[in-house]
Design a protein around this ligand. Structure first.
Ligand code: AKG
Ligand code: FE2
Length: 330
């Protein structure tokens, strides 16, 4: 029975080297999903289910540590060094430029950020190995696996955009990779916090980079909502599927052919023994363009009838400028 969702489900099983026409068809489905909704579920990406369960288990082990232990790997004070542990309420997506900042919002989430090993500008910040044995190695296996899956999605999207298949490779190299893996935990919201008002799990926002791949557990707690045609629409967990959306940079790159769609995770509407729950875990993987690369309107996305809407930007300057505020105080 087809799953009932407003978000298209795309199957990558036939995206293999020997199936040229299937690759093109999948690229065109992907292009259409990102053109209309900005989100899709993808089935059969090369991310082993056992790796996903192991990663959620590492995430749970980490977040269940006492706060003092988690803070042995603290996220730096600046939003431009996105690594390590951010305690509940620390990061404020509501401080992104363009977000609603008139009233401070308490964002009831905690996170752990990871990047490429060997990145001297944003080095990783790890907890001591004995706190969660295997955390570092396991996270890096997931990081590399997610990167390979994301490159496959971008190959397909390049075909959908009428570009050569490897077009995005040079902007997302493995040596200079600026992608970010994030373990996210939304704890139950204590009742007193809720009655104080202005609580969200994550406020409405758009992602900033190229693509985001979101892992959710097959039997996990949903909660994400996506704005489709002006309506907030709940996003169910589709077993075995990865949720993929595009970010602002790719919207600009495509001259608005593709849509970077607003989404949010509100506080759940049911009470569970004095708290508003239940707690949710998710793992986004944010794909970003390498530092120093200039992004300018794709050649297939402009013409005499379709002028360029955006100036060329240095991709990383752009991302840094929007994310830098998120660790400030109100
Ligand atoms: O947890 C989720 O479902 C959404 C996370 C998200 O939108 C983000 O981290 O940008
Ligand atoms: Fe997001």
């Amino acid at each position: 029975m087809p799953f009932d969702t407003a978000i298209p489900i795309i199957n990558f099983a036939a995206f293999t080297a020997d199936k040229e026409q299937d690759r093109r068809n999948i690229g065109s489905d992907l292009f259409n999903a990102f053109r209309t909704v900005g989100f899709c579920y993808i089935k059969n990406l090369p991310i082993p289910p056992a790796l996903i369960s192991q990663s959620f288990s590492l995430s749970r082990q980490f977040f269940s540590l006492p706060e003092s232990s988690k803070l042995l790997a603290p996220h730096p004070d600046s939003g431009t060094h996105q690594r390590g542990y951010s305690a509940v309420g620390r990061e404020k997506i509501s401080l992104y430029p363009g977000a609603k900042t008139d009233t401070p919002v308490f964002e009831c989430k905690e996170s752990f950020d990871i990047g490429r090993e060997g990145d001297s500008i944003q080095p990783n910040i790890w907890p001591p190995e004995d706190l969660v044995p295997g955390f570092r190695d396991g996270s890096m296996v997931l990081f590399k696996t997610m990167r390979a899956a994301a490159m496959m999605v971008m190959e397909s999207l390049a075909l959908g955009l009428g570009l050569e298949e490897g077009f995005f490779d040079d902007y997302h190299s493995s040596e200079q990779c600026c992608n970010q893996l994030r373990f996210l935990h939304y704890p139950d919201v204590p009742a007193e916090r809720l009655s104080a008002g202005n609580v969200e799990r994550i406020v409405e926002h758009t992602d900033k980079g190229t693509l985001t791949l979101l892992l959710q557990e097959d039997d996990g707690v949903a909660g994400l909502e996506v704005e489709i045609n002006g309506e907030w629409t709940q996003v169910p967990v589709v077993p075995g599927a990865v949720l993929v959306n595009i970010g602002d940079l790719l919207q600009m790159w495509s001259n608005d052919a593709l849509k970077s769609t607003r989404h949010r995770v509100p506080v759940p509407k049911q009470t569970v023994s004095g708290k508003w729950g239940t707690e949710r875990y998710s793992i986004p993987y944010f794909v970003a363009v390498d530092r120093g690369k200039i992004v300018e309107c794709l050649k297939t996305c402009h013409g005499t009838e379709r002028p360029k809407k955006y100036e060329a930007v240095d991709a990383w300057d752009y991302i840094d400028s929007v994310m830098s505020k998120a660790y400030d105080e109100y």
